[in-house]
Design a protein around this ligand. Sequence first.
Ligand code: SF4
Length: 490
Amino acid sequence: MNPRSTTHPFSAPDDDKFREECGVFGIYGSDDSAALTALGLHALQHRGQEAAGIVSYDGSRFYPHRALGLVGDIFGEQEIIDTLPGDSAIGHVRYSTTGETALRNVQPLYADYSFGGLALAHNGNLTNAASLRHDLVNRGSLFQSTSDTEVFQHLIATSSGARLLDRVVETLREVEGAFSLVALSRRKLIGARDPKGFRPLILGSLGDASIITSETCALDIIGAEFVRDVEPGEIIVVDEEGLHSHTPFPATRKRFCIFEYIYFARPDSSVEGRNVYETRKAIGAELARESLVDADFVIPVPDSGVPAAIGFAQESHLPFELGLIRNHYVGRTFIEPIDEIRHLGVKLKHNANRQQLEGKRVILVDDSIVRGTTSRKIVEMVRQAGAREVHMRISSPPTMHSCFYGIDTPERGQLLAANLDVEGIRQQINADSLAYVSIDGLYRAMGEAGRNNDEPQFCDACFTGDYPISLTDFDEGGATAQMSLLAGLA
Ligand code: SF4
């Protein structure tokens, strides 16, 4: 399977979005570690709906449970939680960027080493995983999965480091790309974030227990307190002596993924010191300042367009209305993701609120346009419900480039904005007008003066093509380099 797949057997049929790939959760020092991990993963479900897993440790052995499906379906029964004893555990929700949909790729991955067992779960994507894998296979490593996360395990196994921490540091020096990971050994919970800090990772506490996870919403659900973000390039080790911080990498400018604020993170989370909901509203307000048009009211494309639409409406002093109603009970697996039915899927998920829309001029706010299939259908739906004018406003700049740092995106050729200018896209989706927030406007909404082009404050490569880390295994058009490496392995 192409690691940068454009369709997916578990895709919601109209899910024309960039997709977050993974969420991680780790806890040390609680008798309810597995139950708390399951709850944390439930709160992180938006970061991956394909599969989930937990590995716990009870002082004598590790206990894994991994399956395809949603967290509630996998860990909803007490009997399953009872099979995961111990006072420490790590867990993972997954939507694959690399590796096909298969149980062997479901994390946490576990391996027995000379120093004991180690379970590992990873959010992000390594840009040199195929090259490293190639070298490791040539040196005799036998891979069990196609996930690039397994590369960490083999590098740790072949490291000459004396202590586990030394092996982890040596491993993290070899990998390139994005990683926010948690690992569990017999004595330690480890959390690590790549030096650029692409993906979020935070530290929390619940009584005497320490927690390392992707977002604050995973702390809220279990009543845990937010302590701080794990710093880019930081390795946190929690053991019976307490919590230790290590910063073994040279300092570099961090480049947190700006798209986490636009779409991926849950709106009730705070990441890198910013509340996601407030940030989305601020982006919507900036969008209104940049591209207000005469209209009767503002409507969001639910759910992800809602905070930006609220910000747009507040800034423009236009009414905010729910012109589209979302059905939250759309099945995920019963429709093949083929184009014809993808179109039907929009109607399965959204319905126009005809009484609101009839005869009105509406501003329709969404967070992004990827292939454009959904946007075209939504505009058409609003028109068919009687809207007189439909003005589309997008709370991100045009997505013109693929992501190689842990977000599932189509290959570049399938991104509408890579092929058409704004006017071309407007025609394609049949809106009366179309505007995106500018890149500087996006940075202003983040509280910055604008984008610092010499030293950008965030990763924004999917808008600018300015990739902060070399794409060793990829070319910018897609996966050619990586695929040829993988083909060489076959
Ligand atoms: Fe985020 Fe886009 Fe950078 Fe990927 S390329 S990490 S989606 S900003």
